[in-house]
Ligand binder design. Structure first.
Ligand code: HEC
Length: 724
């Protein structure tokens, strides 16, 4: 902002502390070093249970159960579990990856799609790979610059990068073998999911549904990177030409007036599973763009293959069956959530099932040979549907969740009753452990919505939603917003539940020691629960929030439990509060481990106090709307950041003097703050600054209103929210 404007604001700033981003800690190093020969082929993966000490695939085995048959650590001795080693990753944003462990080498992914290889016994770094994702691409990530892990095949590992590449690395050295662009770089595609691999092919999807892209999953030759097939989940037009017959099938379920220019969404941003015996690749499909079906496909239709589970032939991409969880989806109810394959005794016979607990709140058990629906039952709070009709396989909507013309509080919200956090199946207890959550959300349609390339295009009226501040407060109005739910998929009921106080959820691991491990989300506590009854039998304070799923492996006869720590994601960026400094790390535990854990460090949000103000109300109001359109995703609703990214209310005077260069000139683009010059004028950027300053001044008022609202409604809100 210019000197004049600065003077007009006439603010006196007192900088009490600066933001804690430590540039040195972020620096990357590529240091290839020799390690052991490593090889994971089809035979080895198919027989993964004969090598329980390895964790060779995303969900340990192709069935994605996330169950470790190791039992050196069990419910009787888990009290002796202690840190074996800690490896600081030098990251400060969200870590969601499942590390793989093969022959004593652990390979994990970090922020900005970076890959890290460690000695699984000592935590010592073997190599690092940085695909050098342009940091400005972070603007296209709906939910942080996270990555959920690599796939391993023969001597290579594969990573999908935030800017849409699929990269093959030598597992021994980290050397890049090949790299292919899997997306159109002119559209806001991102990859955060882990690739999967089978039959010499790497399968990769992508994200970007919120911004407006067309979803698909592709298969690439594992050796050369050559693309073998691509399955589009939604049509590009009503009449075609369509790329394959299934697209024509899908096109019949969209109205002619559909917003094809938006890409329609349907991205395959996370889960897949492979059944070698049936030769089927299962793929979870995401939400729509825009969210609201009346805007998206006027005239109706089920809008295939949004929110569907697809069974594809891995060699050809041909569709064998599909099951759509939320026909005519309207609420961001992705079916990209983790899918588990298991054989269960149901009704006196063994059924080969696929289990999924998608965002919409129903726990589905499908026959994975045919796609037939066996059962679907609510596992969390919901008001959008009463039940799933087992005859038709369709949810029965209540009508209370329409949000075209008026604001509607919908449960679950777009965060889902279960999000990306992997669940686990324990074959001994027969239970599925689901990182579930109760979240309401104030949907309101933007009456003026039209697709604008490069924008967040969900069709919601965010500025209005944030204005009814109680809107976003009410979105959090559950005493225990997140929980760990033990679900019996045969008896179709909850067996136990542990309530959590953090708004951030975390992935799960089950082990043969009758244990279930899960991080506490924002609170930094890793806990072990007895698998049979949910009794907490062990916990450790890791000092940094945890959302990634733990794994277990064995090297030289010693069983380890390991997890990445560091919160972020959508919840971490825009509606939770950092409880400690977010220094990322990989932490491994073993019996009688005695390595020191880093001490919990207080977050350093920075403090700036505004002592005088002469704000222009018209500019503040204009800025409020613009902030609610362009900035809240990363800097927090109502300019209240959780502390993961700068809280603009606390920015220094120097930053405020550099406001236009930062927001329009892109001077911080290489740190993830892209220029907004394509969508904002200088006057608009100044208006946002007026609004941010007004929020800095209004902080106490805001808190008071939250507390008053909660008291009036007799509702409880997370303590961390009030603490800000
Ligand atoms: C996709 C995420 C994202 C969005 C959206 C975003 N920012 Fe940022 N912003 C960042 C990141 C990351 C940083 C921190 C860069 C660094 O590490 O210095 C940042 C930093 C800033 C800073 C410097 C703050 C300081 O105290 O150092 C300003 C000012 C800023 N953003 C303004 C805005 C405005 C205004 C908008 C909306 C027009 C916006 N940002 C939208 C990611 C985002």
């Amino acid at each position: 902002m210019g000197r004049l404007a600065m003077r007009r604001l006439a603010l006196a700033w007192v900088v009490l502390a600066s933001l804690g981003a430590d540039a040195a800690a972020r620096a990357d190093e590529v240091r290839p070093a020799a390690s052991r020969p490593l090889h994971v082929g089809a035979a080895r993966l198919a027989a993964a249970d004969t090598e329980p000490g390895q964790w060779m695939a995303h969900g340990r085995t192709w069935s994605e159960q996330r169950y470790s048959p190791l039992a050196q650590i069990d419910e009787t001795n888990v009290a002796r579990l202690g840190p074996a080693w800690v490896h600081a990753t030098g990251t400060l944003r969200g870590l969601e990856a499942t590390p793989l462990v093969v022959d004593g080498v652990m390979i994990a992914t970090l922020t900005w799609s970076r890959v890290l290889a460690l000695d699984a016994r000592t935590g010592q770094e073997l190599w690092r790979f940085d695909p050098e994702v342009p940091r400005a691409w972070g603007r296209h990530a709906c939910c942080d610059v996270v990555n959920r892990g690599v796939a391993w095949w023969e001597g290579r590992v594969y990573v999908g990068t935030l800017d849409g590449r699929l990269v093959a690395l030598d597992a021994k050295t980290g050397e890049r073998l090949w790299s292919v662009q899997t997306t159109d770089p002119t559209r806001p595609y991102t990859i955060t999911g882990a690739p999967r691999v089978a039959k010499g092919k790497v399968f990769i999807g992508n994200g970007g549904g919120e911004f407006g892209v067309r979803g698909y999953v592709s298969a690439h030759d594992a050796e050369t990177g050559e693309r073998l097939w691509r399955f589009y989940t939604v049509p590009a037009s009503k009449d075609g030409p369509h790329e394959h017959v299934e697209v024509a099938q899908a096109a019949a379920t969209w109205s002619r007036e559909s917003t094809f220019e938006s890409g329609l969404g349907g991205t395959v941003w996370d889960s897949m599973a492979f059944d070698p015996e049936l030769d089927l690749l299962y793929v979870g499909v995401g939400n729509s763009n825009p969210y609201n079906r009346v805007l998206r496909s006027p005239g109706g239709g089920d809008n295939l293959f949004l929110t569907a589970i697809l069974a594809l032939r891995p060699d050809s991409g041909e569709l064998v069956w599909h099951y759509q969880t939320t026909p005519a989806e309207n609420w961001d109810y992705t079916a990209t959530q983790h899918m588990i394959l298991a054989d269960l005794e149901i009704g006196g016979r063994t059924r080969k099932v696929l289990m999924q607990a998608p965002k919409n709140g129903f726990f589905y058990v499908l026959d994975r040979i045919t796609g037939e629906l066996i059962s679907a039952d609510a596992f969390a709070a919901m008001n959008w549907a009463s039940h799933v009709d087992l005859e038709t396989g369709r949810p029965v909507e209540t009508g209370r969740a329409e949000w075209k013309d008026a604001e509607s509080f919908v449960v679950p919200g777009p965060g889902g009753a279960h999000n990306w956090h992997p669940m686990a199946f324990h074959p001994g207890t027969g239970l599925v452990y689901v990182p579930s959550q109760d979240m309401a959300y104030p949907f309101l349609a933007d009456p003026k919505h039209e697709h604008r390339p490069g924008y967040y295009n969900t069709g919601e009226d965010f500025p209005a939603m944030a204005k009814s501040i109680d809107g976003f407060e009410r979105a959090l109005k559950f005493c225990s917003p997140t929980h760990l739910t033990a679900w019996d998929p045969v008896a179709r009921r909850q067996v136990w539940r542990v309530n959590k106080r953090s708004e951030i959820n975390a992935g799960v691991l089950a082990t043969a020691g009758n244990l279930v491990f899960q991080g506490g989300g924002g609170d930094g506590i890793l806990s072990a629960y007895r698998a049979t009854d949910g009794e907490r039998v062990w916990s450790a304070d890791l000092g940094v929030g945890i959302m990634a799923p733990p794994i277990s492996y064995r090297v030289d006869g010693v069983q380890y439990v390991a997890v990445l720590v560091g919160v972020g994601g959508s919840a971490g960026l825009n509606f939770s509060v950092l409880e400690s400094r977010n220094d990322g790390a990989v932490v491994a535990f073993k019996l009688d481990g005695r390595a020191p854990l880093p001490a919990r460090r207080a977050p350093t949000p920075g403090r700036v106090r505004v002592t005088t103000d002469q704000l222009d109300p018209a500019q503040v109001e204009q800025g409020r709307v613009l902030y609610g359109t362009h900035c809240f995703r990363c800097h927090g609703v109502n300019a209240i950041s959780g502390g993961l990214l700068p809280d603009l209310r606390h920015s220094s005077r120097q930053t405020h003097e550099q406001w236009r260069p930062i927001v329009l000139g892109g001077t911080l683009a290489n740190k993830g703050m892209a220029s907004f010059a394509d969508v904002l004028s200088p006057a608009e950027v100044d208006a946002i600054q007026h609004y941010v300053v007004s929020q800095a001044l209004r902080e106490p008022t805001l808190l008071e209103s939250v507390a008053r609202f909660a008291a009036e409604q007799g509702l409880c809100i997370p303590a961390s929210w009030l603490a800000r």
